[in-house]
Design a protein around this ligand. Structure first.
Ligand code: ADP
Length: 482
């Protein structure tokens, strides 16, 4: 239905300024996760097409890098304006292929525009340094230069904003890019190509390729023209990419999995904690890497929190993202539903009690009931695996030290949240949590002006903020003899 009317649905790849099919005409079908209907097809390209895209990015690089920061900023600001002007159509496309409620899709597309605007503004602040010289007859300075051709690989949970966060930073720095959107949600990524063209970004500066991941990834990793790989996705794939990229001495930014803790201390504002818990857990039906995975609730408020939280979750309306009032869309595919099911089964077998939800939703397809489990324990799979679905396990703890120890007992380190009204505790606990991002009395903390990224197995590098631009710049030291 929407296919006929949405002008942003492109079933071709953008390579060197041309919209093209795969050389052999191969395609991949893309489905609406809420209905199972096919939305359209995308090219399934091989290494040859990806190599052409990299060549195009490399050819476009000198002229793009040579533009003044103000020139690049002007084009990026135009792009941000175009995203905002077409927000409704872009959000519909996002909901169609990804499933999230339209209001969330609008928020994501608006966020994409914010990233582009932010990096347009930051483009003009790529400063260098002068260094007091240890030699009387030499002057020392430092400049920053774009790293070169960037390959960007993005996931299906934020098919618009993950691209913006990478590509806007790369373009602001003066890099050119080849983007590979996730094959489950490629159309928001391909729409980025249409937007780039309309904004007047020169041919070859932004290239978008789709298809099965391994050949695309292999070309990105083995082509010496690619100087940086930026990836958002699973830790397993990220480790493989980072390992091979390092062997080829390419720079990397890796935004990988999370296993976010959410600690509620006895002194917390309980209503505030409940509201934040719902937002942090059930946004995008639990499919974000900063979604809470584990709730640790102190014994004194455990029962009260469990009751209020479960009541709030029972009110969440499940359905198609296009339906008014719906706040829980489908999971991305059946594999995701099976994973969530297995977590619930495992937890119940090991003693958890279901307060609400617990099974596939009557709507079928990717729908799963928003679920709250109490009496969760560390031996359950749900305490160590990333759930990536609408299931909230509640663990009980007694002391502050115990909460910190449990929260840190994971190989991940992306985001952590805790709720307290004690200022000393806020600093004590905040300093001990081994996470790249912490929310204190807040459950949703992502913004284009702040650094997004993790420690440990959650990755390396930062996106958004002034730090996000650094990831696309190389340092050049100059020694000038007088
Ligand atoms: P998820 O489990 O969330 O789908 P993945 O890490 O598998 O996470 O996918 C994130 C992105 O990485 C997607 O665009 C996917 O196609 C891509 N990807 C997966 N495997 C590879 C690979 N071998 N080379 C390059 N990209 C890959």
């Amino acid at each position: 239905m929407l296919k006929k009317t949405n002008p942003w649905l492109r079933e071709a790849n953008l390579i060197g300024g041309s919209w093209v099919a795969a050389d052999d005409g191969a395609v991949i079908e893309v489905f609406n996760p809420a209905t199972g209907e096919m939305i359209g097809t995308i090219p399934a390209v091989g290494r040859a097409e990806v190599k052409r895209a990299i060549d195009a990015a490399n050819a476009a690089f000198p002229a793009w890098a040579a533009k003044t920061a103000a020139e690049r900023a002007a084009i990026l600001l135009k792009l941000a304006g175009l995203i905002r002007a077409n927000l409704d159509a872009l959000a519909e496309l996002l909901t169609l292929e990804q499933g999230k409620p339209l209001a969330e899709a609008r928020g994501e597309v608006g966020g994409s525009a914010n990233y582009v605007q932010w990096f347009a503004e930051e483009a003009r602040r790529v400063y260098g340094d002068t260094i007091p010289s240890p030699w009387a007859d030499r002057r020392l300075m430092v400049t920053r230069e774009p790293v070169g051709v960037v390959a960007a690989i993005t996931p299906w949970n934020f098919p618009s904003s993950m691209i913006s966060r990478k590509v806007a930073a790369a373009l602001a720095a003066g890099c050119t890019v080849v983007v590979k959107p996730a094959e489950l949600t490629p159309f928001s990524g391909l729409a980025w190509g249409v937007l780039a063209e309309e904004a007047g970004i020169p041919a070859g500066v932004v290239n978008i390729v789709t298809g099965h991941a391994p050949p695309i990834g292999d070309e990105f990793l083995e082509n010496p023209l690619v100087r940086k790989i930026t990836f958002t996705g699973s830790t397993a794939v990220g480790k493989m990419l980072a390992g091979r990229a390092s062997a080829a001495m390419k720079r990397v930014s890796m935004e990988l999995g999370g296993n976010a803790p959410f600690i509620v201390f006895d002194d917390a504002d309980l209503d505030r904690a409940v509201t934040a818990a719902v937002q942090s857990k059930y946004r995008n039906s639990g499919q974000t890497c900063v979604c809470t995975n584990r709730f640790y609730v102190q014994a004194g408020v455990y029962d009260a929190f469990a009751e209020k939280f479960a009541a709030a979750v029972r009110d969440l309306k499940v359905g198609s993202g296009f339906e008014a009032g719906v706040v829980q869309g489908p999971l991305i595919d059946d594999r995701a539903v099976k994973k969530v099911e297995s977590h619930v089964t495992d937890a119940v077998a090991k003693g958890a009690t279901i307060l609400t939800g617990g099974k596939r939703h009557a709507l079928g397809h990717g729908f799963f009931e928003p679920t709250v489990l109490r009496d969760a324990t560390p031996d359950m799979k749900i305490s160590t695996d990333e759930v990536f679905g609408p299931v909230a396990p509640l663990f009980r703890f007694e002391t502050e030290d115990e909460a910190v120890r449990l929260a840190n007992a994971t190989e991940y380190g992306l985001a952590g949240y805790f709720f307290t009204r004690d200022l000393s505790r806020a600093f004590r606990v905040g300093e001990k949590l081994k996470y790249g991002q912490i929310g204190i009395n807040e459950g949703v903390i992502t913004t284009e002006v702040a650094p997004f990224g993790g420690v440990k197995d959650s990755g390396v590098g930062r996106e958004g903020s002034k730090y996000g631009l650094e990831d696309y710049l190389d340092i050049k030291y100059w020694c000038i003899g007088l």
